[in-house]
Design a protein around this ligand. Structure first.
Ligand SMILES: Nc1nc2c(ncn2[C@@H]2O[C@H](COP(=O)(O)OP(=O)(O)OP(=O)(O)O)[C@@H](O)[C@H]2O)c(=O)[nH]1
Ligand SMILES: [Mg+2]
Length: 526
């Protein structure tokens, strides 16, 4: 068996000249072993060769260096692949650009139905990472970033944006390739994604949020969580994605509904009679345009327009109240899950420390459960030194221009001038937005906990696909993004430091500096 350095899968050298898993990720059949093509003469395309021929040639090419056998995995990353690598990245980029141009709808927020013949997603691996592969990744020393977050936090879309930006902007090659424009389903497997540009090389590991929640329930212990423990032990840095609006506002929404129920008041709007969130946003926006036209007509003396205007205003008001009610319920329903999840992150921090002390991820549940719990209760607990990036994801859910989005947020931020100011900054100058300050204002308990759990914690907002329709499963790379490239730069700087074994001082600016005296904060009561 051959261990593929690129995609970390194994394959039989007797059957294939190149890795069939990478081939599958590239949307082609692997080259049979007996018909290995001549590789080296094809490094540079000859003059007059068409792009189609270059693509064909690349698809037939075997990897430039045979991967090592399973028994002796390389301790070092493979040598740069030079021209082959960048040429391959260039061709992939051209193919994707052509696919994007033909497949993407011109506007996204309206969520036009996709064409019926959307191509299958070829950029996704179908094979689950296993403990052995994680061990190899660990031993290779290749910088590894792990994406954490509960279901629908935005991990997989964020990862695809990362791939898009690194391929387009920096000519990285990504294995498997990013998802082409089209539908992306929930993640069900742990998968490794390799980013390469010459000697620059790192992994990002994506996990199903559902399985992280289950690991939290089981305190990361026991056989069923072995893979999760190995993953946490392997990662050099972690990105925890927390949906910005749910993280910041779910407690307040929960509070409003709880008070209302305690007072015995009934809901002002029948939720079941309302359209879906996105349809409601679209209707409210459309009514705004109609109201503006009706007002002009009224001003111009059109007698009939007056009555129409009144009806439109009434309808818009009704829908806006519906939007508030819908948002309250959506956010409040996440309150408990988020609480569990945040405690899970704390438990994970202590697990990291215990695994370091035990020298590995193979813990004895009967003894080590106590160690993890004891540690998480200690006031002067040891902190893991692996960097933790807290990413307030999908931050466009806070800055969306529609009144149907903004009204519930405004209501929830009443009496919170500091938070309202921070939100305005996020809207106008997202790069200057202070995610920690926002979290500390609206969820001080959460901010303080995370800050205390990790020696190196960093907080930022990120939007991977600005303005995507609510509930959409369709990736569109033409949508904007915020904070993603800054995160990539931060991760690449970290990687450089890790590889050169430099002191952390040089990257200290990436992380939050704690004030010397703790500012007193209190979590508001539910
Ligand atoms: N507004 C907005 N929505 C987003 C963004 N990124 C993702 N989404 C939405 O969030 C949904 C879930 O995103 P995923 O990346 O699949 O979430 P995940 O964390 O990988 O979820 P699991 O695979 O279940 O763990 C997508 O279907 C999109 O509708 C974003 O940047 N902004
Ligand atoms: Mg996912």
């Amino acid at each position: 068996m051959i261990y593929c350095e690129i995609c970390t899968n194994e394959f039989s050298e007797q059957d294939f000249a190149d890795c069939p898993h990478c081939a599958l990720a590239e949307g082609r059949a692997a080259t049979p072993a007996l018909q290995a093509p001549e590789v080296h003469a094809l490094d540079t395309p000859a003059a007059g060769v068409t792009m189609g021929e270059v693509i064909d040639t690349l698809r037939r090419m075997a990897p430039p260096e045979a991967p090592p056998p399973v028994a002796s995995p390389t301790a070092e990353p493979q040598a740069p692949e030079g021209l082959n690598e960048s040429l391959r990245a260039l061709v992939e980029q051209k193919v994707d650009q052509a696919a994007a141009a033909s497949a993407e709808p011109p506007t996204f927020a309206l969520a036009e139905p996709e064409p019926a013949d959307v191509a299958p997603i070829i950029g996704q691996t179908t094979r689950e990472l296993d403990v052995e592969t994680l061990r190899r990744i660990r031993e290779s020393g290749v910088f590894t970033v792990v994406l954490l977050g509960f279901p629908t936090a935005g991990k997989t879309w964020f990862l695809n944006r990362l791939k898009y930006e690194l391929q387009e902007g920096d000519a990285y090659a990504c294995y498997p390739r990013r998802a082409p424009p089209g539908d992306v389903e929930n993640t069900t497997l742990f998968t490794a994604h390799r980013f390469r540009k010459g000697a620059n090389d790192f992994y990002v590991i994506d996990i199903p949020g559902e399985r992280f929640l289950r690991a939290v329930e089981g305190s990361f212990l026991g056989e069923s969580n072995t893979l999760m423990r190995h993953l946490i032990y392997t990662g050099h840095a972690f990105l925890t994605l927390l949906p910005a609006d749910e993280t910041l506002l779910s407690e307040r929404a929960h509070d409003v509904l709880w008070r209302r129920a305690a007072a015995g008041a009934s809901p002002p709007v029948d939720l079941d009679a309302l359209p879906s969130t996105q349809a409601l946003i679209d209707k409210v926006d459309a009514l705004k345009r109609q109201i503006s036209q009706a007002r002009k007509a009224t001003d111009a003396g059109d007698g009939k327009a007056q009555a129409k205007l009144k009806a439109l205003v009434r309808e818009r008001k009704r829908l806006l109240e519906g939007a508030v009610e819908q948002a309250l319920h959506r956010l409040a329903s996440k309150h408990e899950e988020l609480g569990d999840y945040i405690s899970g992150v704390g438990l994970m921090a202590q697990l990291m420390v215990v695994m370091e002390e035990r020298g590995g991820p193979d813990l004895d549940p009967s003894m080590d459960a106590y160690a993890v719990f004891d540690r998480s209760r200690e006031a002067e607990r040891k902190k893991p030194t692996k960097p933790m990036f807290i990413v307030l994801s999908k931050s466009d859910d806070l800055t969306h221009r529609s009144d149907a989005v903004q009204l519930p947020i405004r209501r929830l931020l009443q009496g919170q001038p500091q938070a309202a100011h921070l939100l305005r900054v996020l809207r106008r100058e997202p790069r200057k937005a202070d995610a920690f300050a926002m979290l500390n204002t609206l969820r001080p308990g959460v901010a303080r906990q995370i800050d205390e759990w990790f020696a190196l914690a960093s907080f930022q907002f990120a939007t991977a696909f600005e303005g995507v329709a609510r509930g959409s499963k369709t990736i569109n790379y033409r949508l904007g993004h915020v904070g993603v490239t800054d995160l990539i730069r931060a991760l690449l700087r970290l990687k450089e430091h890790t590889e050169k074994r430099r002191a952390w001082d040089g990257v200290a600016s990436l992380f939050r500096r704690r004030p010397s005296a703790d500012t007193p904060v209190a979590e508001s009561a539910p």
